[in-house]
Design a protein around this ligand. Structure first.
Ligand SMILES: Nc1ncnc2c1ncn2[C@@H]1O[C@H](COP(=O)(O)OP(=O)(O)OP(=O)(O)O)[C@@H](O)[C@H]1O
Length: 464
């Protein structure tokens, strides 16, 4: 539940705004003076603060704003004032106020300001999470020549406002590159807003990107701030940009060229300062050739291209990524590290990784859970790689034969492992003409152990 702190010496305002925000689902605290307000802000860590400018006591509105900016820099502060002198509004903005509301307040004005401030808070949180994600290594992990080039490019292009088009299959790290570019830029403390262009229904793209005024179309019951406005002074990351329809492409091009947007039903142009990064797993060059993507927009977005090859084409990245994800698992869970045998890395690098780095992260995490504190070898790896577990005998022996599978149905782990073990033992028995000693040899185990497992799995009767 979003939480808000109201600081105002007028009891009426505290009561009325408090009731309005509680009804909207906010968790509301209030204070009648600056000193109490500051104490509550530190104790309860609200998401957003709404602060009156003119207050009696040791901390007036501006002094409180200043303290809040020092102590809770991630919390947007909305200022309000009855006698909104322009100079005060300017000072408040200079001190870092998110926005300024003039009294008498209107419910729409308060709700809109708070909704936008809350979105900014979320964006800052996401940026902090991004930083934490990158923080373990400080950069994108991988020792392949491609990864060295990508890091060098991020260092060079990050600090500029150049638009970058990042291409690569799903899970290759496109969003991470966008985040790294943002964090390498002077905009790093401003919002990083991602829009998944493929996930927005076509008729809502415009309002999602540019916002809308109340009543702009059927269903627009409230005013809404779009992604461009939210990203103002920060970075807008257009993910899956190749999925935008023709109309949205035209609007996007216009916004980029004019550096301003109009809310749907708004009319008034709003100046926007955003850096645009885009990503796609489509071949945009081909989309331009077949007419489904505008060439002029392609050139606008593709000032600096960064291409991320699939993980299977850069096996040199595997060891560092495996170490990175194991260390991340240890940091997050506090459980002991797993050790990686060389043949485990061999098995991992012969798999095709259709889900790329994202899939590798999941596999490493699964192995880290199953084998905390011990050594992971080839056998353990093969047990968790999808196709092998789903249908071990459709794949001829040999590392290069380990192939990507369809989506694996998720079963309880012990059932899945039992099913796998049962099929493996049955196949070894079949290939040994039912000779248990021979099957045990093929499975590189001994007879008593194989019998014990066969009995447990119902492949042999208790007497055998
Ligand atoms: N080089 C890398 N170093 C560390 N982590 C990485 C690297 N590449 C990818 N990852 C991690 O892999 C996961 C998938 O990456 P990301 O979401 O950036 O991929 P994507 O290409 O944007 O995927 P999609 O197209 O599906 O959105 C993330 O958790 C990301 O942090």
């Amino acid at each position: 539940m979003p939480s808000v702190l109201i600081v105002d010496d007028e009891p009426n305002i505290r009561r009325m705004v408090g009731a309005l925000l509680s009804a909207e689902g906010y968790d509301v605290r209030d204070a009648a003076d600056g000193v109490t307000g500051l104490a509550l802000a530190e104790a309860n860590e609200p998401d957003v603060a709404l602060v009156d400018l003119m207050m009696p006591g040791d901390l007036d509105g501006l002094a409180l704003l200043q303290k809040l900016r020092e102590r809770r820099p991630d919390m947007p502060v909305v200022m309000m004032s009855g006698r909104a002198a322009l100079t005060d509004a300017v000072r408040a903005t200079k001190l870092g106020a998110f926005t300024f509301l003039e009294k008498p307040l209107t419910p729409e004005g308060v709700l809109l300001a708070l909704a936008s401030a809350f979105e900014l808070r979320q964006a800052r949180r996401a940026a902090a999470a991004l930083r934490e994600d990158l923080g373990i290594s400080g950069e994108m992990v991988g020792e392949s020549p491609v990864m060295h080039d990508v890091r060098a490019l991020i260092a060079r292009v990050g600090p500029t406002d150049a638009r970058v088009l990042i291409t690569g299959e799903s899970g290759t790290g496109k969003e991470l590159v966008a985040a790294a570019l943002h964090l390498a830029s002077p905009r790093r403390d401003r919002p990083f807003i991602r829009v998944n262009c493929a996930a927005i229904p076509r008729d809502l793209v415009e309002s999602e990107m540019f916002g809308h005024e109340r009543g702009a179309f059927t269903g627009a019951t409230d005013r809404r701030i779009g992604r461009f406005e939210l990203a103002h002074t920060g970075t807008l990351f257009l993910d899956e940009v190749g999925d935008l329809g023709a109309e949205a492409q035209a609007k996007l091009l216009r916004a980029i060229e004019a550096r301003e947007i109009e809310r749907v039903g708004g009319g008034k142009p709003i100046k926007i300062d955003v850096r645009i990064l885009a990503a796609t797993n489509k071949d945009l060059g081909r989309a331009v050739a077949d007419g489904s993507f505008r060439e002029d927009l392609f050139f606008r977005l593709n000032v600096i291209p960064i291409q991320l090859p699939p993980l299977r084409d850069r096996p040199g990245d595997l060891p560092a990524l495996v170490r990175h994800f194991s260390a991340r698992h240890r940091t997050r869970t506090g459980r002991p590290l797993v050790q990686w045998h060389d043949d485990a890395l061999g098995a991992l690098s012969s798999y095709r990784w259709p889900g790329n780095v994202r899939e590798l992260a999941n596999v490493v995490e699964r192995l880290a859970i199953l084998h905390a504190g011990s050594v992971v070898g080839r056998a353990e790896v093969l047990q968790v790689l999808p196709t092998v577990a789903a249908d071990p005998f459709s794949v001829p022996a040999g590392e290069n034969a380990v192939r990507a599978g369809e989506t694996l149905p998720i079963l309880p782990l012990s059932d899945a492992l039992d099913a796998y073990e049962r099929r493996l033992i049955s196949a070894a028995l079949a290939q040994s003409d039912g000779n248990v000693a021979e099957a045990a040899r093929r499975l590189q185990t001994d007879r008593p152990n194989l019998y014990r497992r066969m009995r447990r799995l119902g492949l042999a009767s208790a007497g055998e």
